[in-house]
Structure formats: C-alpha cells, structure tokens
Write a protein that binds this ligand. Structure first.
Ligand SMILES: [Zn+2]
Length: 459
C-alpha cells in the first residue's frame, strides 16, 4: 500500500516535516562538502532539528526561531521538524531527545546512555565529531542516522532492546558514515563496520559474540543464493535479506577476521588512523586496506581483494582422513578441501582434536600451510573437528597428527562459529572490555522488523 504509507509521510502541522536534499530546498553542489548556518522559524509548539550545534533558540506566542550551525563539512543538510517536546542533558557532548508526546521517563533512558556510548566510542576510535547527539522521534517508523542525530519511529524507540542495539548503532554512525563519509562508488563499508563495533561488540560484551557471528553466517547461508551474491564493492544499501547478509554480515566478518589476524591493539590502531585520516572526507575499502596495512606493518592488499572484490565465500569439505597406529601412538592425517568455484582462498581454519576419554578438545594454535603441518599431542586420541586450518590450495593439503591411542571419529561442523580466520581463540579480549557493563538489562531481539533504509547510513 504505497499510497497509504506515502500519505503518512506528507508534511503536516500535526505530524511534522522532513526536508531531505531530494526536495532541493537549498542550493546543492554535486559532490562538494558544505558548512552551513540555517535559521528556521516554525509554528508554535514545533521544534526543528538539523546537524551541528544549536546556537540560538527562541520560543514565544507566535512560534519558535532556531539557528543551527555546522562548521563541520557535511555532505548534505538535513532538516526535520514537528510538534515535539524537548529534553536535554548537558555534558562534553550535549544529549538531546525530541519526543512527539511528553515522556520524561523515556527521554531520560536515552539521554542517560547517549553520553556513555559516545565516551565508549571516543575511547575506541577518536573524538566524537559533533557538539550534540539528538534522538528525534519520527512520525513514521524509521531507523535513520544523520550526522549528530537519529530519526527513529515511535514504536522503534519504545522497544526495550533498541536502547542497546539500534541506538548505539546510530551513535556509532557518527564515526562511520556520518564522520568518515562513504565513497559509495567503491562499496559501502560503513554498515558492516558499524554493525561490527555496535551490534556485534555489544553482543560480545555480553558473552554472545559467537552466537551473533553464527547468526550472521546463517543469514548468509540462508539468503545469499546463487545469483544474489555480490562483492562488497558493489554494496550500496540494504534492500533485501540477501543484500543485508552481504553488506552488513559479510563485511562484519571481514572486520572480525582482520581483528583476529592483527590482534586488538593493532586493529584499534588501524581504525583510529583511518578515522584520523579521513574524517569529513569520503573513503572506500582501499583506504581501509591502507590503514590496516600500515598498522599491521605488511601489505594486506591480497587479503582485502579476496574478501572485498570477489563475490562468494569459501566452501570447505573434509576429505580423506586416516589414523595409522604407530609405535608410540597414532598418526592422524586429514585433508581439507576448498570446493567452491574459482581460485582457492588464502585462509585459516582452526582445528580441534577431541581425545578419547577426555573432556574438551585440543585446538591447534598454528595455521595450516600449503605443505601441511604436523599436529602432535601426547594426550589420548579422539575426534577431529574442522574448526581451523590454513590452506592455500584448491585441492586441499594434509595435516599430520600423532597420537598415542586410537582415533575415534572425524566430524565437522559442530562448534564452528566463524568462517576461516587467522588467529586463536581469545585474541580479541581487550576490545570487548571497552564499555563493558552498558545496558545490562537490555533484551536482545530481532530488529529486522524495525529497520528501514534512508539515503544515508541507517540501521
Ligand atoms: Zn547502520
């Protein structure tokens, strides 16, 4: 029913109004960044919000007058207004909330966490680029993120989990997408990075990181059928479950792999450098690659190429596996094959061997190379799980393992929560402790119902 929903969006004195650039309400210069001051006079009871800082604000019987100044270079000017009640909380960055009906309790919840999340991300990435952050309640259900404010629907903001899922996601967009702008022609990296450092990081802080990644991989497996896949360089915005699984999910996993490969310190250093170098400028995957290469001290071009410019993902199969009894134990030989079309990926897959009669498994701390690598243990034998191996061959390779007793079985799949990655479990502990404790009482849930797409970065 596009007619009905469009009617709801028409500006009206009762509902409010939104003036995006597409209405051409101001002179528009293609591609250039702009600084601006905007003064607006509006009807009585209205509040009008834009980017930047509110420098003056007067209300009287005839209406209100407001001036917003943005010395920070912007890609476009957003202006939203309507009959709204304003709430504020002072701080290094002013927190504001504009609600359609007075609701101090709800406002306080948002104002309370705004400063906390801004502080968390400042610590992680670098200075918040604006003077304020405002929650603005929209008159239809949206999840739009604009520089220094977010436009969320009435139902959305009352869902209990939004406060610690979509809301920090929108706050973080002030660094990714609304701070460093996206060079859309070379692919939208900002949604995946924002999802990784908001939605995923918050899940991780609650001990649910693996669960979140598995859900992300599940969506990729479920929705990205042949013909629906595309390289990350072709992602512009989410318009389907498949495009979300690639543009958000696969990009999120790219950053997870980078973090596991570099370790927390270098990963964070790369993000900080990327932010410092590109704030208020457009950047693409190539700029990210340069920042991560500089932090890692080695060229990551080929790593980026295989995940960013190529559609699809590796498909692995456990091939021939044998356990041969020897004098002092058993020799385990496993072949892992890449069976996807096209050239092999350079990747690392953790391996685990479960030993007969023992709880838990032995995980390989090493990576698997072309020639294979012996994996030895003096413990008793059990089971091989293909949670980890590095391969650079299309036909696989072999890994040899010596055990003192008989090998029970080989299986794969169980316990696999990541795609192939470099690194070992627990490599990323430091990052997850940043801001830990925020939103302990929030409830996780499926936010897809509430997501909508704006021109700029959105949920
Ligand atoms: Zn987003």
């Amino acid at each position: 029913m596009p007619g009905a929903s469009e009617r709801r969006r028409e500006p009206s004195p009762r509902r409010g109004s939104i003036w995006p650039e597409s209405t051409f309400w101001y002179p528009w210069f293609d591609g250039g960044r702009i600084t601006f001051t905007v003064e607006v006079q509006s009807p009585k009871g209205w509040e009008v919000i834009s980017q930047g800082e509110r420098k003056s604000h007067q209300r009287d019987e005839s209406g209100s007058a407001v001036r917003w100044e943005s010395p920070e270079p912007q890609e476009e000017i957003f202006l939203v207004g309507g009959p709204l009640t304003e709430y504020r909380k002072a701080g290094p960055v002013e927190a504001m909330a504009f609600l359609r009906k007075p609701d101090p309790e709800l406002a306080e919840k948002y104002l309370g966490v705004t400063g906390q999340y801004i502080e968390m991300y400042q610590k992680l990435i670098g200075p918040y680029p604006y003077k304020k952050f405002a929650l603005v309640e929209n008159y239809w259900e949206t999840g739009y993120g604009m520089p220094s404010f977010t436009l969320l629907g009435a139902q959305v903001i009352r869902l209990p989990f939004i406060l610690h899922s979509s809301y920090p996601h929108e706050i973080l967009h002030n660094w990714w997408g609304n701070g460093v702008y996206v060079d859309f022609q070379s692919g939208n990296w900002s949604e995946g990075l924002t999802a990784y450092l908001a939605d995923h990081l918050i899940s991780e802080q609650r001990g649910k990181g693996a669960e979140a990644r598995r859900a992300s991989l599940q969506k990729y497996a479920d929705y990205v059928a042949e013909g629906k896949d595309f390289p990350l360089t072709a992602f512009r915005g989410r318009h389907s479950a498949a495009s979300e699984a690639v543009g958000y999910g696969k990009t999120l996993m790219l950053f997870h792999m980078l973090r596991r490969q570099l370790g927390d310190d270098l990963f964070v250093r790369a993000l900080q450098k990327f932010y410092r170098d590109h704030r208020f400028k457009r950047a693409g995957f190539a700029d990210l690659q340069r920042a991560f290469s500089a932090a890692a001290g080695k060229d990551l071009q080929s790593e980026f190429d295989q995940w960013v410019t190529r559609a699809g993902a590796p498909a692995l199969r456990v091939g021939e596996t044998t356990a041969k009894e020897e004098e002092n134990g058993f020799l385990l030989t496993v072949t892992l094959e890449q069976i996807q079309a096209g050239p092999p990926y350079r990747l690392s897959v953790p391996i685990a061997v479960t030993l007969e009669g023992q709880e838990g498994s032995i995980r390989s701390p090493s990576t698997w190379t072309r020639s294979g690598r012996p994996f030895r243990s003096l413990s008793r034998p059990g089971r091989f799980d293909s949670t980890s191996i590095r391969s650079s061959t299309s036909s696989g390779g072999s890994i040899e393992t010596k055990f003192p007793r008989s090998l029970i079985c080989l299986r794969r799949g169980e316990g696999v929560d990541d795609p192939p990655i470099v690194g070992v479990e627990g490599a990323a502990r430091g990052l997850s402790s940043i801001g830990r404790g925020l939103g302990k009482n929030a409830v996780d849930g499926d936010r897809n119902q509430t997501r909508q797409r704006a021109r700029g970065p959105s949920l």
